[in-house]
Design a protein around this ligand. Structure first.
Ligand SMILES: [Zn+2]
Length: 171
């Protein structure tokens, strides 16, 4: 398992709901955490490891042994409030960041790895942002498509460079 990078087609597909809450699900989720830490991220969605199921993981501390590790299976946002614009990046689009408008607070409903449904309210703007960013991945949506209009041209240029294999920042 490894983190796939833009323009990998897995990143642009809608992931399928999880139906079996089995040991394979738990094992694959366990494999995702070290990959996330290695890449210095605080959230990672299954399509980012070429696994097209509706699963993502979060640890806001972004470090093994710190913070809380959580897995969200078949998640959906059931309530959201406020808006806030902040700089966002993605482990699958290294070197590219841009300002994205998101809800500042969300309530999410998901299943845990045992199939038990839970609800969670975001505890910070960052937490709300990570939940929304990861949920977008399950629908094949990348943050770059949500960057505020004034920055879109620059983002499109960087993406084109990634697709063509030209390092960002060079002519
Ligand atoms: Zn991402």
């Amino acid at each position: 398992m490894k983190i796939v990078l833009y323009p990998d087609p897995n990143l642009l597909q809608e992931a399928a709901p999880v139906e079996e809450f089995d040991s394979e699900l738990r094992e694959k989720v366990e494999e995702m955490f070290p990959l996330m830490y290695e890449a210095k991220g605080c959230g990672l969605a299954a399509p980012q490891v070429a696994w097209l199921l509706r699963v993502f993981i979060v640890n806001l501390a972004g470090e093994a042994g710190k913070g809380e590790e959580k897995a969200y299976v078949n998640p959906r946002i059931v309530e959201k409030r406020g808006t806030v614009v902040a700089e966002e990046g993605c482990l699958s689009i290294p070197g590219v960041t841009g300002p994205v408008r998101r809800a500042s607070w969300v309530r999410i409903e998901a299943s845990d790895l045992a199939g038990k449904t839970f609800q969670e309210e975001s505890t910070s703007e960052l937490h709300a942002r990570v939940l929304q960013h990861e949920l977008d991945h399950l629908n094949g949506i990348l943050f770059v498509s949500k960057v505020v209009p004034s920055q879109q041209k620059l983002i499109l240029k960087k993406l084109r460079e990634m697709r063509e294999g030209v390092p960002a920042g060079r002519a």
